[in-house]
Design a protein around this ligand. Sequence first.
Ligand SMILES: Nc1ncnc2c1ncn2[C@@H]1O[C@H](COP(=O)(O)OP(=O)(O)OP(=O)(O)O)[C@@H](O)[C@H]1O
Ligand SMILES: [Mg+2]
Length: 694
Amino acid sequence: MDESLGNSSMDSIEVGPTSPRVLVTPRIPAAVMMRETPLSTKRERQAMTPRYRGPMPKIFKSQQPQRSILSMTRKDTTPQLLTPHGPQPLESPLYDHKNTQSFLEQTFKIDEIIGRGSFGEVFAARCLEDSRLYAVKVSIAPIRQHSISKYREAELHMLIPPHKNLVRFYRAWVETDRLYIQTELCEQSLQQYCLIKHALPEKEIWNISVDLLQAVHHLHSLDMIHDDIKPDNIFLTRHKICKLGDFGLVINLKNPNDVKSAEEGDSKYLAPEVLNGRPTKASDIFSLGVTILEAATDLDVPSSGDAWHQIRNGQIPPRFFVGISPILQDLIKSMLDKDPLKRPTSQTLLAHASMKRKIFMRSLYVKWVDTSDSLTSLFKWILVWCMAFVSVVFRPVAWFHEEIQNRRSEICAQFLNPHQQHTPIHTPENSKAYSESLTGVALRQAVPSPFDFSDDENPPHSQRRLFQSAPVPPFPSRLNFDDDDDEDEEQATCSSSNSSAIEPIGDVSPRFRRPVTSMVQRESTPKSARRLLSAYRPSPGLSPTTSNFHNPSFSHQDHQASGDGFNNNMSMLTDQERTEKYRRMQQTEQHRDWIDRANVVDEAPPPMSCPPRIRRGTRDLPRLPLNFNLLDDEPAKKEGGDDVEQKREDKKAAPEMRRFLRSNSKQLRSKTQYLFIRVYFLPLLSLSSFLIKE
Ligand SMILES: Nc1ncnc2c1ncn2[C@@H]1O[C@H](COP(=O)(O)OP(=O)(O)OP(=O)(O)O)[C@@H](O)[C@H]1O
Ligand SMILES: [Mg+2]
């Protein structure tokens, strides 16, 4: 049928010799009419019928499912692995027989459905056993038990030795009457590629021809016929290497019992002799010739009619070959020869002079791709291990840094805000004493003092905390009440009285010389009482168990009679010595008051102890101004009225702040390192894991 005639019949009709041309709606459906049209390219066809988006959909033997097959599968049998020696139970460390999910769902992570064919659905799925991506084809209809060809595709595929231009077979299994075939995943089919690109450049056509001829030659050398070569069954990797797939119609010529099903290859690519006979190796060459012609010319291959015969009679209009080299034209035409005997074999074609160089170049390219792939995977492997190692090494460091930073902030906040009550620095040594004092254990053990000095200005003991071992610069040592001469005596006095304050009588040990609770009592004792306490020192040589302190009959007179004590010492001193001694005592008292204020808390301690380095660094620091921006805390609220005083304090504290900053610069540096890990290392880690997934 003439092209112009076809167009006029579709768009307009002449009602009479004088009548004007009127547009009518064609009665014949476009699809039927298009079958009658002569050869055209797919692009031309698209222009004529804008809604045309590709070849007509296939007619399925069974109704195409509206939802995925997976949602319809029920697991009621154990999966059977198909092997050349028969079915065997399929095992995997990830598979749980008791689980109601299928083997596919348990051992794969399904990414998407990548295709639907007459046989089944094809999924892109990541195998959880090796973390690689595969294509898994699941049969649509349950496999009929007595069907001869029920596992045909899988059985034939597993028989074919692997080849770089054949889609690789991994395994196949049957579960609940459905066949699953796990194969290599490719990027797209040649049909999808051609629909986007239309006529491919000649260089690509040569690459495709070389790849497919090698694949067909591999099959033919095994005495196998593919019988379904078409763009839909040819797949492209991401490196544009062509692979022949879908071995459902393969004929094994070596097996005389191989009964082929009634299905035949796609009529568009069918060799003319197959209409009246059996498929042969030559028919595969014909199908391959039509495929290459379609890819090179963007020909819309007819499935029947005159156009179908036109191709088989070698009457392809020369306009389709415009821009194609004569060598490629000759190659295609020879493959489409009507006479199967005149058609070249795959071996003859590969041995062609023009082919040899191209095969060599292609094999180099394939090797390069393989090498780069292996190097990439090796690099990824090394990267993963390095990352794992580095993360193992640095993770505790990062965690430790974070803890230190938090702790530092807390400590600084205490020192920088004079109006805020201070949280104590808890050390492993005093944490026990802390918990004891909270529960009152230590206080209950303590022998009650004869003096009750608790008053309103002293908070309860349970709220008092100590810097147990805090040095008190620039003030004299807390035990150094008196002159150097009587230092020993003073210490003995203190330890004796302290021990008696916490320990039950008769159980005094030297390690309790400075128990915390006794310090609590001491810290909370008013000045006047402390002076009186010194009067209760035990006499030298008197054991703590017989100490006057614990003797209920002990009185002030007894104390004076024992000849020791504060008043006697003082009376023996000169005026100047006494003044000096008072001055020092005053300083000590002031400092003790400061400690008292600093140690009052009303909150539970944080769980982590402050590391000694920081404890040392921060202990000596004076209070710093409130507006220290290093901390994220809210600026402390100034109480009304003492703005001026506050400013003066701030000014005084400025050099102290500098000192503080200097001493903390090391910590800030470590914070920078920590940030470096957060900003560079962790994203690098996620990048590498992403690369590995890919
Ligand atoms: N290994 C694979 N990699 C990528 N995509 C694939 C793969 N296998 C199949 N597909 C996609 O799934 C579609 C259908 O696959 P396949 O041809 O194997 O199914 P089919 O049921 O045999 O169909 P038909 O009988 O029409 O050939 C293909 O067109 C292709 O898009
Ligand atoms: Mg197919």
